[in-house]
Design a protein around this ligand. Structure first.
Ligand SMILES: Cc1cc2nc3c(=O)[nH]c(=O)nc-3n(C[C@H](O)[C@H](O)[C@H](O)COP(=O)(O)OP(=O)(O)OC[C@H]3O[C@@H](n4cnc5c(N)ncnc54)[C@H](O)[C@@H]3O)c2cc1C
Length: 344
């Protein structure tokens, strides 16, 4: 039998959950979220959980700043350890001006500088699951193991979502599919470019209390994670796209071990696990958040690449405003999914 929902959210990662959260906060009643696997098992499970307000790009900085309150509040109210305080050390070229601190475990060359700022760290999948639990209590219907296959539209407006478990008739639909191995052509314009991101865990290093480090000079992210260190490398814009990520090669693991040894004093890295995540990048490296052109009532939040976890609350709030036809600020233009077609 067909179901009905005022809004269907496709995707049970942190972004879909934050969208549902904002919709419920605004008074939406019948909201259904469909997740083809389990809550938080997609890109969210790969996030290293760093939440920072400092970003080089003003759009990301704005979204991160708008999202900070959600995570801080979670930390203060729940004290469940899913969000904790930390700092982030950003290593850049010395022209940035900051001096290296004697206390840091990180090695710097004379041409490099380190700057530390306050940050938060989350346990992404656990937080997603806890948020899902909270939202169920507020009336959100979550259907795990249900895949959205297609959308039915009638002369413009979205009418229903076809899923592996029947049809959901709806007034609006939001797609938050996360990074995918193949362009989501069926549901979204294929603007997104999937990129493979190797992540390697090591043991055998000291300084377990050191803050995560964004090494802008070497292009790696190094973070203590319990008794391990996790190193990941952001893909370059010209790196080949691997549409079917497989574990990092031995060459990539050696490269990340070298980067760790180069940066962390007393590092003697021993491999403790390796896998590959995916970034989904847009042509201007900013996310797609807004109405999908040509279909009334259809919205999307995608292209969140390597910083989507920490901006999910702001993305959710913006989508909820749009679903409720509330005006958003001028910044919305920088995120509109149709911004590329207009530029061309
Ligand atoms: C190595 C690595 C480190 C990262 N570290 C950080 C970090 O420190 N801080 C940070 O902010 N970000 C980080 N990120 C980025 C972050 O992981 C993502 O941007 C974020 O988790 C995306 O969330 P999402 O909800 O959009 O996607 P996802 O978590 O992938 O959720 C989307 C969900 O949609 C489901 N889905 C897709 N299609 C369908 C369908 N048709 N029907 C039903 N369900 C569907 C998927 O199964 C998935 O569960 C990192 C990413 C990587 C790869």
């Amino acid at each position: 039998m067909d179901e009905f929902a005022d809004v269907v959210v496709i995707g049970g990662g942190i972004v879909g959950l934050c969208i549902a959260h904002s919709l419920l906060d605004k008074g939406a009643r019948r909201v259904q979220l469909v997740e083809k696997n389990q809550i938080g098992s997609g890109g969210t499970d790969f996030a290293l959980g760093l939440i920072r307000r400092r970003h080089a790009d003003p759009v990301w900085a704005r979204l991160a700043t708008e999202s900070w309150g959600f995570f801080s509040q979670w930390r203060e109210e729940t004290r469940d350890g899913l969000v904790t305080e930390t700092s982030v050390a950003i290593i850049s070229h010395a022209s940035a001006g900051a001096a290296a601190s004697e206390e840091t475990p990180y090695r710097l060359s004379p041409q490099e500088a380190i700057d530390t700022s306050a940050a938060l760290r989350a346990r992404p999948r656990s937080l997603a699951m806890a948020l899902a639990q909270r939202l169920r209590g507020k009336g959100l219907r979550i259907r795990e193991g249900v895949e959205a296959l297609d959308l039915r539209t009638e002369n413009g407006p979205v009418r229903s979502v076809l899923t592996t478990d029947g049809t959901i008739n709806c007034g609006a639909c939001v797609i938050a599919p996360g990074p995918m191995r193949e362009p989501p052509g069926r549901l979204l314009p294929s603007l997104l470019r999937p990129m493979r991101v190797p992540i390697v865990g090591f043991t055998g290093c000291r300084h377990p209390g050191a803050p995560p480090m964004l090494d802008v000079v070497r292009g790696v992210y190094i973070a203590p994670d319990g008794d391990r260190w996790v190193v990941s490398v952001p893909p370059r814009a010209d790196a080949p796209v691997d549409a079917d990520p497989h574990p990092p090669s031995s060459g990539e693991i050696r490269m990340l071990a070298r980067a760790l040894r180069h940066r962390v004093r007393d590092a003697c890295p021993t491999l403790a696990g390796a896998r590959c995540g995916i970034y989904d990048r847009t042509p201007d490296e900013r996310p797609l958040v807004g109405a999908v052109p040509g279909v009334t009532g259809l919205f999307a939040a995608a292209g969140l690449s390597g910083s989507g976890f920490q901006v999910a609350p702001a993305v959710g709030a913006r989508i909820a405003d749009l679903v409720f036809s509330e005006p958003t600020d001028l910044w919305a233009d920088k995120l509109r999914p149709d911004r590329f077609s207009e530029a061309s």
